[in-house]
Design a protein around this ligand. Structure first.
Ligand code: PNS
Length: 165
């Protein structure tokens, strides 16, 4: 660490950001000096929103959190974390089903970058079932996603699903 700031990275697809993500962002930003929300840009599956759009939706959502920065990354997270001088990766944990995969990634990332620890924040109970895939599925089928995503981005999702459907 070249300075005294404790920087954490919260990586993900954020396609799109949900209230569950926002909950983790708020809580992680209260624990670390700076939180970098990093949108992964080389995905295998075709996203609903491209990287720039996902970053813009995130920016609109977190506008009152001064120590949160929105970026994007490709390649290995462990390398990007080193580049950003981060000491921790933030992950949200929902059900036990998240555990095995996250456990594997945390160990692999620590092997790749021994100075990097993964910090797990338990989801708030009301967001236990929530994921970007669930949101997209409900929206595509005409359901109401108002309680699932930040109000600021609701119209963007509705518009996109209407255009594509
Ligand atoms: O929101 P997601 O899709 O569950 O996020 C997955 C993400 C971005 C956290 C994960 O795919 C990742 O870290 N990708 C970067 C590539 C990498 O470092 N892979 C090795 C991890 S062990």
């Amino acid at each position: 660490m070249k300075h005294n700031m404790r920087i954490a990275i919260y990586p993900g697809s954020f396609d799109p950001v949900t209230l569950g993500h926002l909950d983790i962002i708020k809580r992680a930003s209260a624990v670390f000096d700076k939180l970098i929300v990093a949108v992964m840009h080389n995905q295998n599956k075709v996203p609903m929103f491209d990287t720039e759009e996902r970053m813009e939706l995130l920016r609109r959502t977190i506008n009152n959190l001064p120590n949160v920065e929105i970026t994007s990354f490709g390649g290995l997270l462990a390398d990007y974390a080193r580049q950003q001088d981060a000491c921790a990766i933030i992950k949200g944990l929902r059900a036990v089903s998240d555990f095995e995969y996250e456990f594997q990634m945390a160990l692999a990332n620590r092997k790749l970058n021994p100075e990097l620890d993964t910090v797990f924040l338990m989801t708030s109970a009301e967001y236990m079932y929530l994921s970007s895939s669930v949101v997209k599925d409900i929206a595509v089928h005409g359901g109401n996603i108002a309680g699932f995503v930040p109000a600021e981005i609701l119209d963007d999702i509705m518009l996109r699903t209407r255009k594509d459907g």
